[in-house]
Ligand binder design. Structure first.
Ligand code: ATP
Length: 552
């Protein structure tokens, strides 16, 4: 109903840079059309007609137009006609889409024939913005001053704070003083009721701190035990914004489509909301960590552990450790048990991609909300779920669980191209022991059009939950990977021959870039546990980018 052209709230002849425009406002759109001297219609000429959705207007402000040289001509006539300068103008700041999912704050100033009309326009636009309801007014901001190139504070002060101020958002800013400062503050001290959202300025490590603090706090406030893998966790009420300022900003890239502070700030201002699944990772009824992107054992676990020891190399350490781990070709024995996701839309090998307004996430989100009640108690979960567990045993080069596509500039398709941000599942990818050549084929396919899962030694399953137990882990509670790493120091050259008893028995789990200290883990997906100030990656059409056509 709202988008019908008949529901115009205002329609006036105003001028933009001395040119006459017909300007209209409905509940959903602000449109300005050039008044043409000839009736010839030019639908593809960008300057003919512009429109911006009201939900993407950042703010409106009144201007007292000054009589500058560029404003000569028609303006002077108005003044002469009225005997005094009564012109009024208002400026609308709005979101303008650039290339590669980047957003910018654009402005257009409309000059009105009189002050009363100007005030009517300003008031009407403000009323529409106030009615949106989803926009944050007060935010809690954590800045990591040492993340990435140590530019977090400057990025926030120069690029983000002025936009928040313009949009009328107030903030409480905390510059962190030590690792886990933000997490601990959120867990205990933060007065969360005061805020409409939490913003982190930093990289993936900083985002991880925020979700660990927020999820923990939400469970404490709801009397849910986060250490029990059987408990259905309570969804966090506050949305999280990420201003990318780290050396790895994968979560921001996956949810916004760009690593750009201004784009992220604008998604926060317009009050976007993107739900996201979170995996809880437990060991022996103790919570180890939460994960939103990748859990990797074997290859990706080894690359992370090795690269952590080579931090002095900078970002090149990932390439170095990746090559080293490919050449050493470790494999590990163990068993994976998993619960396949049932009754859902989508498979890990279909062609769908998780994009803004994803129907798979919406459908599966509903399915899991309805199923949620059944999983609330351990008894009902076991009784119903036990017979559906399936398992894979053997020797593996890699076991990965991708809760999102994990696309990044290095692997544009991602580890699991069809994985979804908020469908309540994770894609469990099992790469069995194979030759180096075959493993290379699998890795290379991440960067080509070929299906990386279409290989005999690779399995992929969309699951709700999985458990991993490494071989020789009879009493897994004692398994401490620090001992396994010590062994690696003494036997780095002979990995493929267990007979030498010099190869490592265990790899370690890479949990969103952090090394887990236990190999035996129990992972459960919590559907849409958190929400971000984002909207997923938008499908862009050439038409939209070039013309911004008028929608009325
Ligand atoms: N004031 C601080 N001093 C030291 N460490 C901090 C501080 N604030 C946050 N941290 C920690 O810094 C780590 C890295 O932060 P962040 O993710 O923002 O940057 P990054 O450069 O992308 O990191 P990395 O490359 O290590 O993933 C986080 O794990 C966080 O816990």
């Amino acid at each position: 109903m709202e988008k019908r052209p008949g529901r115009l709230l205002l329609l006036s002849d105003l001028s933009v840079r001395n040119t006459a425009y017909e300007v209209s406002l409905s509940r959903s759109l602000l449109t300005w059309k050039k008044r043409l001297p000839s009736p010839v219609y030019h639908p593809f000429k960008p300057s003919m007609c512009r429109s911006v959705t009201v939900s993407e207007i950042i703010c409106v402000r009144e201007e007292e137009e000054e009589n500058s040289s560029r404003d000569e001509g028609s303006w002077r006539k108005i003044r002469e006609g009225h005997g005094r300068d009564c012109r009024q103008a208002f400026t609308v700041s709005y979101v303008e889409r650039g290339r590669n999912h980047r957003w910018r704050c654009a402005e257009v100033t409309f000059v009105c024939p009189d002050a009363v009309l100007c005030q009517r326009w300003v008031q009407c636009i403000r009323e529409q913005l106030a009615a949106l309801g989803c926009r944050p007014k007060h935010l809690l901001v954590y800045i990591n001053p040492v993340g990435g190139k140590k530019r977090g504070k400057r990025i926030y002060e120069q690029k983000v704070a002025p936009l928040f101020a313009r949009a009328g958002i107030t903030t409480h800013v905390i510059v962190t003083e030590y690792a886990n400062h933000a997490r601990d503050h959120l867990r205990t001290d933060a007065e969360l009721k005061q805020f409409d959202g939490v913003v982190c300025v930093g990289g993936d490590g900083m985002f991880s701190e925020i979700i660990h603090g927020l999820i923990w706090r939400t469970q404490m406030d709801s009397a849910v035990n986060p250490n029990s893998p059987e408990e259905a966790l309570q969804a966090c009420p506050l949305r999280i914004g990420i201003i990318p300022a780290g050396s790895t900003d994968c979560i921001c890239f996956a949810t916004v489509g760009a690593n750009d502070p201004v784009t992220s700030a604008l998604h926060i201002i317009v009050g976007d909301s993107q739900p996201m699944d979170v995996c809880s990772v437990h060991h022996n009824n103790t919570l180890l960590r939460y994960s939103v992107s990748l859990l990797g054992y074997g290859f990706f676990g080894d690359v992370l552990s090795d690269s952590e020891r080579k931090r002095w190399m900078g970002p090149a350490r990932y390439d170095f450790s990746g090559l080293k781990m490919f050449l050493t070709h470790h494999y590990y024995e163990g068993a994976v048990a998993y619960l396949p996701a049932k009754g859902i839309m989508g498979t890990p090998r279909d062609k769908t991609r998780c994009r803004t307004g994803c129907v798979v996430c919406e459908h599966n989100g509903k399915v899991f909300t309805e199923k949620g009640e059944k999983y609330k108690s351990a008894e009902s979960f076991d009784a119903e779920g036990e017979e559906e567990w399936q398992s894979v045993r053997g020797k593996f080069l890699a076991i990965n669980a991708a809760s999102m596509s994990c696309a990044c500039p290095r692997t544009p398709k991602g580890l699991s191209p069809a994985a979804h941000l908020a469908d309540g599942t994770t894609d469990l990818i099992v790469v069995r022991k194979c030759s180096r050549f075959n493993f290379l084929r699998h890795l290379i396919r991440h960067t080509s059009k070929d299906d990386q899962f279409d290989l005999g030694f690779v399995e992929v399953h969309r699951v709700n939950r999985f458990r991993f137990l490494p071989r020789q882990c009879q009493s897994d509670s004692d398994l401490n990977l620090r001992d396994a790493h010590k062994r690696q120091i003494f036997g780095p050259l002979c990995r493929d021959h267990p007979a030498c008893s010099c190869g490592p028995h265990y790899s370690s789990w890479n949990c969103d870039g952090e090394v887990l200290k236990h190999a035996a883990i129990d992972v459960r997906v919590h559907c849409q546990l958190i929400k971000l100030f984002a909207r997923g990656i938008e499908e862009t059409t050439v038409f939209e980018e070039v013309t911004n056509p008028c929608a009325i």
